[in-house]
Design a protein around this ligand. Structure first.
Ligand code: SF4
Length: 367
């Protein structure tokens, strides 16, 4: 079955009703299972699981140690541009917002790269906003060629592309793709994406698969928490990740759990994923998907990020700026979202080590 049909069938499922019927026994059953199935995932995300934090944390920690050891890989984002042709109601970069727009020149990209490289960072994630006209694939490819001189891993979070375009980017040196569905609820999706190419729910949903098809080493997906019912979003994200894992066995599939922050658009989150449920969701992801990476950004507060380290996180950002450039000279641009963990790379590295984990700047070498 294609992913769109699967998602449609999961969307018809009365998730909230089924989750409310889950009991402590269902959670215990999931925790004792060798492999957790969809019913087990439902139990781990259900209100009943709130009484099982301790055993869930122990199991998640053990699984993570078995599959990833005591390592946390570091990355840093670099915004190349903030032009966008979409009008997401929750984002500061929406085409409707009257903000200053800019795009880095190749010289400016090199300047930012040189400055970031001084921190020791080896993995960089580049973002452009979603304007194909302003940031065409050729622009991204030229940027990647410069960045590869400074970083062993360059990944992208840009507008969805065709498989052949992703192949071109891969040939230029891109190894990973981040693409969020934002919300798996088609009704909410239409509401919050009123204009632009992003209105096409199905096209976006098929994007991680096109990236895996093109041969990216890793593909990172997720929902933006705040738009729709959080537990259902978690259920759908995890099933989407499982589908991709089963279909693209050579690609590392990972999940992020971004929570909405203050944005220029003035959007107020309709749903809240509180800290406790955030942790529960992360534990459920780890138990359901033992091999999946879990990425944590600076959207979350420093002390909260530190507490999550032993529970399943495998990749963490540090020293992040969410304006265009800003690493070599201060940017006057509006950030896409407010960063909550403002620590430097050194401070994050120190915190990881103090928690008994090894901060990893470089986990592979391209041949
Ligand atoms: S979320 Fe992405 S696509 Fe939507 S307005 Fe912001 S930058 Fe553009």
């Amino acid at each position: 079955m294609k992913i769109l049909e699967q998602i449609k069938s999961w969307n018809r499922y009365d998730f909230t009703g089924a989750a409310a019927k889950m009991t402590g026994r269902d959670v215990e059953h999931a925790l004792s299972a060798e492999r957790v199935d969809e019913q087990g995932l439902l139990a781990l995300l259900s209100p009943a699981a709130r009484d099982y934090f301790e055993p869930m944390a122990v199991k998640a920690r053990d699984i993570t140690l078995r599959h990833f050891g005591r390592t946390i890989q570091l990355y840093i984002p670099l915004y190349l541009a903030n032009y966008c042709s979409n009008s997401c109601t929750y984002c500061g970069f929406s085409a409707k917002n009257k903000i200053g727009r800019s795009k880095l020149t190749m010289d400016e990209i090199e300047g930012n790269a040189a400055e970031i490289a001084k921190t020791g960072m080896k993995h960089i994630l580049i973002l452009t906003g979603e304007s194909r006209a302003e940031s065409p694939p050729e622009y991204i490819i030229d940027a990647v060629k410069i960045l590869r001189k400074y970083f062993v891993s360059v990944s992208i979070e840009v507008y969805p592309m065709e498989t052949d375009e992703y192949r071109m980017l891969k040939d230029a040196g891109v190894d990973g793709l981040t693409i969020y569905q934002e919300t798996y609820d088609p009704g909410v999706y239409s509401e919050v994406h009123p204009a632009g190419k992003k209105r096409d729910y199905a096209y976006r949903l098929g994007t991680p698969a096109r990236g895996a098809e093109a041969g990216f080493r890793w593909v990172n997906i997720g929902a933006l928490y705040g738009l729709a019912e959080p537990a259902k979003e978690s259920f759908m994200s995890a099933l989407h990740a499982k589908y991709l894992q089963n279909k693209y066995i050579d690609t590392e599939i990972s999940l992020s759990l971004p929570r909405m922050n203050e944005a220029e658009g003035g959007y107020h989150a309709k749903y809240t994923l509180d800290d406790r449920d955030y942790v529960k969701t992360m534990l459920a992801f780890r138990i359901f998907l033992p091999r999946a990476g879990i990425t944590l950004s600076t959207r979350e507060r420093a002390e909260f990020r530190d507490r999550l380290l032993p529970l399943g996180i495998t990749r963490i950002s540090a020293g992040s700026m969410t304006t265009v450039g800003g690493y070599d000279v201060q940017s006057a641009d509006v950030p896409q979202f407010e960063v909550s963990d403002c620590r430097s790379v050194d401070e994050v590295v120190k915190a990881i080590a103090e928690n008994g984990y090894e901060p990893v700047f470089q986990d592979w070498v391209a041949i």
